[in-house]
Every structure is written in C-alpha cells, then in structure tokens.
Design a protein around this ligand. Structure first.
Ligand SMILES: [Ca+2]
Length: 194
C-alpha cells in the first residue's frame, strides 16, 4: 500500500449521539425553545405546540437522518430538505416559516455506500468488501458501516494520496467528502481489524 496521508478513526467519536432524528430550535445557532422529533411526519398541530408555528430557525440532525421542512401545514408549500446541522435557516430563505416537518432515515444496506452529490443526494452505489482499482463517478458523500474500514486513493490502482477511514465505534457518515478527499480513483473496503 502507498503513502497514507491521513487516518480518520476519531471521527466516529464525534458521531456517537443517540441516533434518533432531529432537534428543531426556535432561534438561530440552536438557541431558544427546542424539540426533538423522530422518524415520521409531524404536522402543524405538533409543530404549533413546540417550538411553535412559523418559529423554527435552526436544526440539528443526527447522522443518518434527513428532515424536510414545509412552509405550510399538511406538508404543503415550499419545502427544504436538510441532511446536516443547519445553524441559520435565514441562509435558506426558510426562517420562521416551517409549519410541518417530515423526518426520514437515509436508506443504507449495511455496506460502503457513496452518493454523487453532497448531503447523501443523487445517484448512489453500494459495494461489498474488496479492492476496486478503477473507480468512476463522484464520491461526494459516503456511508461506512460500523466494523468496516475504507481506504480512498486519489489515483487509480491504489496510487497517489490515500486516506484510511475506520468505523470503529459506530457507523460513519460524511456528508461532504471534498474537504477530506477531493478525488477518489480507487479504494479498498475491508473488515476493521481493530
Ligand atoms: Ca408556515
């Protein structure tokens, strides 16, 4: 194996929150009244009670979940899908507008998975353990199941820069891989021996 420029193992520790869904907040930067919502639909009558209709300004999202915010009751009107912590909904033109939300689990099949766009969006592919010498397509966001490790190389045939990611304590979700590994041209998926 070639140079390993970085090893990500502690990442799992950042993601060991209780996997349950989302927390919505009355104010930006996760301040004010907050309420946790699990998987499913939460319409106007629930939102109205907490944190209040047309009041949500920031959202925390557990790894592996996504939330759809709806402008109007009954899951109508403009909607916004989020897959990562969002401290200020003003940036999305959706501040103090939400009247219904839907929380979903991002579907995975217990294997290494990549999506072509950040935020687990667009076309996706699952792989079994093995060595893949010529990867094609965009590795914008990835899922690594607990117990597996993935080594990503910037060039084909396991050449170039490499980064190893170990999912030791929990599944690992990386919603935007570009900051860690801008190009993936080959990769190895194996059982985590640690
Ligand atoms: Ca509204």
């Amino acid at each position: 194996m070639k140079r390993i420029l970085g090893i990500i193992a502690g990442l799992a520790l950042l993601q060991t929150s209780v996997y349950a869904g989302v927390i919505v907040y009355q104010h930006v930067n996760y301040k004010g009244t907050s309420t946790r919502y699990g998987v499913g639909g939460h319409d106007y009558n629930e939102i109205k009670k907490a944190p209040g209709n047309d009041t949500i300004s920031s959202v925390r999202i557990d790894p592996g979940y996504r939330v759809i915010l709806y402008w109007d009751a009954n899951y109508r009107g403009r909607s916004l899908t989020l897959t990562k912590n969002t401290p200020n909904l003003v940036d999305y033109g959706m501040n103090d507008q939400t009247s219904a939300i839907r929380v979903e689990k991002i579907p995975v099949e217990g294997k290494f998975k990549k999506w072509e766009n950040p935020g687990y969006a667009g076309k996706s592919i699952n792989w079994n353990n093995g060595e893949y010498a010529n990867a094609t397509g965009n590795f914008a966001s990835v899922f690594i199941p607990k117990g597996q490790s993935v080594t990503l190389f910037s060039k084909a045939n396991f050449e170039g820069n490499a980064i190893a990611i170990y999912a030791q304590e929990s599944d690992i979700w990386i919603d935007d891989l570009s900051s860690i590994c801008p190009e993936v041209k080959s990769f190895i998926i194996e059982k985590n021996e640690k």
